[in-house]
Design a protein. Sequence first.
Length: 379
Amino acid sequence: MSGEISIKRVNSKAERNAFVDFAWEIYASDPHWVPPLKDEVHGLIDPKRNPWFGHGFAEFWLAERDGKVVGRISAQVDELVQEHMSPGTGQWGMFEAKDDAVAAALIKTAEEWLREQRMTRALGPISISIWDEPGLLIQGFGEPPMVMMGHHRPEYRGWIEGAGYDKAKDLFTFELDIRIDMIPVIDRLIKSGEKNPRIRIRNVDKSKFDQEAAIILDILNDAWSDNWGFVPLTDDEIAYAGKKLKPIIVEDLVKIAEVDGEPVAFMITIPDMNEMIRDLDGKLFPFGWAKLLWRLHKVATRRVRVPLMGVRKSMQGGRLASQLAFMLIEFTRRVCVNKYGIHVGEFGWVLEDNQGMMSIAQLPGANINHTYRIYERAL
């Protein structure tokens, strides 16, 4: 291996392009990597487009050797993390590297920058917030990730741990054959809920999308507020997320639960967009847009994913909360199987110590198909 490693801050358009494009080189021979839409990645790191930059700031670096890009990393400080998690917590992410020496140099650069911002602890990888792609894949390399989840090289775990990092939290996704019926005790709970006139499970109405999105994300901010790593979504982020999600929302796959007419729980199920974009190689032009729009007209994916689910905090821990959760799951399962012919579902991510969600995720036939780890280190 020849040449010294140099690290440079990303400033120009060409450097931003190189930062985004580097993933294609890293995963060129990986059959399970799904090329993301490049425009989405550029939007993630662009302060003019991503409303996260309204409460956070970040820097991005490229590693070079012999004039060629051999790695990349981001480091970020989020004011809401300081407020809702713990002061002095900085993060790094968007990490890719050719070898262990490059990895060490990149992580050291991110740490030095975080120290300059008076951070005392580093969490990573998180790209760029907990709502984007948190954690490093450490189990489940043998299949493509579903939409909104990451995929990484197996070597990264050793390189990050070799830089002095320990586990902060593990995040799980669960995969199951959704043709399997609920066990009798859960089925009785669901049927009881169906007979209860106080409970209504309804589809979202895309003609009122902004209002529906606001309802769902208000429940989300409340339901997840005690979770490790939680930071609330701002109004601008809610609007931004809604705009991005609207094209892939299928009305009868997104459910809201009402009790006495008040929305108290929700579950979002989305077709696996990765199946739709895999052959686009990250490009929407000149023909990618047309292909994607055509595919979005019909739910024809092999898999679906439940990325978000929540029950208002005031109801958590009670029988009604479990009843609503299982009703949301069952009503969606029936649509997926009977209407769309989908047999495989993924649920998550779920924090390893979130006992309520872990108990719901461990449905009959479900198994952990991916494990993502967030690491930490004192600075």
